[in-house]
Design a protein. Structure first.
Length: 146
């Protein structure tokens, strides 16, 4: 007794009637590549009217304030040691309120060995007390290879 597995056809010599799509896909990809190559590059330009001449001199005469954070987490204000956090807050408040018109820039200069907690705490105090111009100076000491 013989059994036929996997085919319901009685004739084994029948051909496959499906269309071969491989050459069609190849032609489509070639046409797509040719289309991409022949599309001109799009250049976007925006006309900007820039001012001519020299800019007027700056009227900002305020000197920046430098808060240095030393390796042992002690603070100094423009080179003068600050003994406590209350003194730091008083100096920041004084600089913000007594600046006349514009606030001075506050530059935080952390030492490489100072703790992150101290730097973050000083930055939070400066922001909480209303300073709008804040910068961190001396980041070149953190560059790899030095």
């Amino acid at each position: 007794m013989a059994m036929s597995v996997g085919t319901d056809s009685t004739h084994e010599d029948e051909g496959i009637v499906d269309i071969n799509t491989t050459p069609l896909i190849d032609v489509m990809l070639v046409l797509l590549i040719m289309l991409i190559i022949t599309i001109p590059l799009q250049t976007h330009s925006v006309a900007i009217d820039l001012p001519q001449g020299n800019p007027p001199p700056s009227t900002d005469n305020t000197q920046p304030v430098t808060i240095a954070i030393n390796y042992d987490n002690t603070l100094s204000w423009n080179g003068t040691p600050i003994p406590s956090e209350a003194e730091l807050q008083a100096r920041i408040t004084n600089a913000v309120n007594n600046s006349g018109g514009e606030q001075p820039e506050v530059h935080i200069h952390p030492d490489r060995l100072s703790s992150y907690k101290t730097v973050a705490h000083v930055m939070a105090d400066v922001q909480r007390l209303g300073v709008t111009k804040l910068g961190i100076v001396g980041l070149d000491q953190y560059v790899e290879g030095q």
